[in-house]
Design a protein around this ligand. Structure first.
Ligand code: TXE
Length: 481
């Protein structure tokens, strides 16, 4: 697959004609190439977006909505092809791409396409003297930079609200998983999406990504990725007073109280630890268990984890596919070594899984459960972002909260209890942006999505995203003589 940039409605090579290898995680083989775009490509994309902006931003919400719905329908029509491409590019089970990633990308477009049909603006009445009304204006050209773990899902989660609000977009998917963003650009051409409104440029973060952030004409940056990268983006953007929305890492606590619905808690904890090979920012990577049920939970949990089937992404029975890249596999393995040095007990997993040809060189790791580590050690503090989870006992609610809140991250948490008062009390005291009570990853696209502390700044979702991608302008009208 030879991937091309999508600029001004056309597929094109990067100006320098240089390409990077694209790897298939399931086999470890190079299976395509992607543009190694630089500043000059971003300049072209921003110019195209600026030309398209006057028409796109002044279109009625109804007309913009129709264009976005066309993309949603095109994703639905091509769901199978997109799911195959996502699974091949990322290593995730095909079934997951078919049932979660691609349907969600479709829904991201339809959600924001219809949301703008129901928008209302504020009016502040000052009695007989005057009144105010508030316009919400798009920002202009905005940059959207997305990661590799949920490629089309997170890419569309940014560009759909940005476009719906009337902005033109320069977007860069992760260089590790560029395939479905490229297929989306082909769909844009197929459905006649207006040229220049959405531009998709491929390349490395420190080249193409950095150029989007530095460009004086990108008015806002919506970013999802690692905390270190987010910090760098925030520093660059601050100098230009650019708006930023940063969705970064997590080290989420999954708190299991003694009165939980045990079977459901165990089953869901397996999912929240290892879905997408543990490469979801919302995964519950630290399981805190009340000491009275610690042993019982550990036994039941490890037994179920051992049964998870690691295998080729396209095999129907596979539950855990390949990690996204060799570099990432090695990073996760290093963390397992750190856990051993810190004195952790590897209760299961921790080793590479050797599959037969053609998958023998793929990046497979067995789901890993570790206990016996203090909350303050590196394994329990740093984001591993792989199929690795730790178990820790706690004595009471206060201790559970202290452990849960005791990291630099603050993205999400899960609470398992049948005690209504405790559930709400603990939820209110958790220093995170999202809490699930007796469930995990149940999503309503209208709700605020994002984290606090080192997990980021700002919120995505529903009106929060539409507010981020617009600027309020108050107009005061004097009525008296
Ligand atoms: O992400 P990066 P990486 C975490 C996870 C992972 C770590 C690093 O812990 O191990 O981050 O992953 C672009 N200016 N998450 O290195 O580098 C880059 O090209 C502008 C959490 O793959 O942050 C890609 O498109 N852009 C996470 C995007 O940023 C830059 C999801 C993310 O890449 C840039 C993924 C720069 N200077 C990883 N440098 C989550 N929150 O869900 C890179 N990029």
């Amino acid at each position: 697959m030879r991937i091309l940039n999508y600029i001004d409605g056309k597929l094109q090579e990067p100006v320098n004609k240089k390409f990077l290898d694209n790897y298939q995680p399931a086999t470890g083989e190079v299976y395509g190439e992607i543009p190694d775009s630089r500043k000059e490509d971003i300049d072209l994309a921003v110019e195209a977006a600026k030309r398209a902006y006057p028409i796109w931003s002044s279109m009625s919400p109804g007309d913009r909505s129709k264009h976005l719905m066309n993309l949603s329908h095109a994703i639905e029509k091509n769901l199978e092809e997109l799911a195959q491409a996502e699974s091949k590019d990322n290593g995730k089970p095909l079934k997951l791409a078919q049932t979660v990633d691609i349907p969600r990308a479709r829904d991201n477009f339809s959600f924001f396409a219809t949301a703008i049909l129901h928008e209302e603006n504020a009016m502040h009445d000052m009695g007989k003297h005057a009144f105010n009304y508030t316009l919400r204006k798009p920002l202009g050209v905005v940059g959207c930079i997305s990661p590799w773990n949920l490629p089309l899902y997170l890419f569309s989660w940014k560009i759909a609200p940005a476009l719906a609000a009337g902005n033109c977009v320069v977007a860069k998917p992760s260089e590790v998983t560029p395939a479905t963003a490229f297929l989306l650009s082909k769909l844009c051409i197929e459905v006649g999406f207006p040229a220049g409104v959405l531009n998709i440029v491929h390349g490395l973060g420190h080249h193409a990504g950095q150029a989007i952030v530095e460009h004086p004409d990108t008015k806002a940056i919506s970013f999802t990725g690692g905390t270190e990268t987010g910090k760098k983006i925030a520093e660059t953007a601050a100098g230009q007073f650019k708006k930023t929305s940063l969705e970064l890492g997590g080290k989420n606590a999954n708190i299991i109280f003694e009165d939980c619905d045990f079977e459901t808690a165990v089953k869901t904890a397996v999912k929240s630890s290892f879905a997408n090979q543990g490469q979801i920012c919302l995964c519950g990577s630290r399981i805190l268990i009340h000491e009275s049920i610690y042993e019982k939970f550990r036994e039941a949990f490890v037994e179920q984890v051992k049964k998870l089937r690691v295998g080729p992404p396209d095999a129907a029975e596979t539950q855990v596919g390949a990690l996204v890249s060799l570099a990432h596999l090695q990073k996760v393995q290093q963390y397992i070594e750190v856990a051993k040095r810190e004195g952790g007990n590897i209760l299961c997993g921790g080793t590479e899984v050797q599959l037969n040809q053609p998958y023998a060189r793929g990046y497979y790791l067995s789901p890993t459960v570790i206990d016996g580590l203090a909350p303050s050690c590196a394994t329990n503090q740093e984001e591993i972002f792989g199929p690795v989870v730790t178990l820790m006992p706690f004595k009471n609610e206060e201790e559970a909260l202290a452990i849960a809140n005791g990291t630099k991250y603050g993205l999400s948490a899960t609470i398992w209890t049948q005690n209504l008062q405790r559930a709400h009390r603990v939820a209110a005291l958790l220093e995170v942006g999202i809490v699930w009570i007796n469930c995990w990853l149940v999503r309503d696209l209208r709700t605020p999505f994002g984290g606090s502390k080192a997990s980021g700044m700002g919120r995505e979702g529903g009106r929060y995203a539409l507010e981020f991608f617009t600027e309020p302008k108050n107009i005061c009208v004097w009525l008296n003589q």
